[in-house]
Ligand binder design. Structure first.
Ligand SMILES: [Zn+2]
Length: 57
């Protein structure tokens, strides 16, 4: 599979799930950090935030 975004290893470990962190670089967007675990607690928080935001309308 080919993605437009670049993923770079950061050599760091996620404090939430001890999974390696990567830096995602997308053209015209700010790079962001992401851990490779889809079940990571930090992502749960993110999902909750998004959910509460959509409810608040
Ligand atoms: Zn994580």
């Amino acid at each position: 599979m080919l993605f437009r975004s670049n993923v770079m290893s950061m050599g760091k470990i996620c404090p939430h799930c001890n999974t390696p962190l990567v830096k995602v670089i997308v053209p015209r967007r700010r790079p962001w950090k992401l851990c490779l675990d889809p079940e990571c607690p930090s992502k749960e928080e993110y999902k909750k935030k998004r959910a509460s935001k959509s409810k608040a309308s």
